[in-house]
Ligand binder design. Structure first.
Ligand SMILES: [Zn+2]
Length: 215
């Protein structure tokens, strides 16, 4: 199976690079532990690997990936909340300085959300999960009813980033750090078609090189 061999060969290239040619990176990460500055919340989409898109090295970014890069609201109910648990570790223990909600174009999760409820198949998890961004769908359908479906999806991808940014602030240990100026939250959007990366500034998404970065 060539596809499996490709993965093994990739691993061997990485091993050569990081464990033979530049061993100091992992030596340091092993001895001192990880201390990433960034928590990146990204989609599971195979075209959107934050470490590749931003060319980071091991130890740079702590990444949570879920369908459509969503942040749920704070719910302390004793149930299993994978995204919230990873956020808790990144913020309370690792004390990351930045959180980036990392959206992207052609998101399958957002497309599913825009289609509406699916009663005709047996997927049991996607609709309830995408419900987190339901108000983004409602906003797009209400404000842009005449646009074609692809354009509506693109709008919803961006609007859902704002929902996640809002939801981050429902966690008191995030809100207090943001208000104290110790933690900074960002909404970014990767356009797969053009390869361009945008950052949210106010109500707009600007090319990242145009963002005002003062911290
Ligand atoms: Zn996606």
């Amino acid at each position: 199976m060539q596809e499996v061999k490709n993965l093994i060969e990739g691993y061997q290239r990485v091993h050569k690079k990081y464990f033979q040619e530049q061993p100091e990176i992992y030596n340091s990460l092993f001895e001192q532990g990880q201390s990433p500055k960034f928590l990146v919340i990204s989609c599971c989409d195979s075209r959107v690997h934050p470490a590749q898109v931003m060319d980071t090295v091991p130890g740079d970014i702590f990444v949570i990936r879920n369908v459509a890069n969503l942040v749920p609201v704070n719910e302390v109910d004793g149930k299993s909340h994978g995204t919230s648990a990873a956020m808790e570790f990144a913020i309370k223990h690792l004390e990351v300085k930045h959180i980036i909600v990392f959206g992207h174009s052609q998101c399958g999760g957002i497309k599913s959300l825009m289609e509406g409820d699916h009663f005709d198949h047996d997927y049991g998890f996607i609709d309830p999960w995408m419900n987190i961004a339901r108000s983004a769908r409602e906003h797009v359908i209400h404000d842009y009813p005449e646009e074609d479906f692809a354009s509506q999806c693109a709008r919803c991808e961006k609007a859902s980033i704002q929902i996640s940014l809002n939801n981050l602030m429902t966690f008191p240990w995030i809100k207090e750090r943001v208000l104290a100026g110790k933690l900074f939250i960002h909404g970014w959007y990767f356009d797969i078609d053009s390869g361009r990366l945008f950052g949210k500034q106010g109500d707009q998404f600007l090319p990242v090189h145009e963002l005002v970065i003062d911290n």
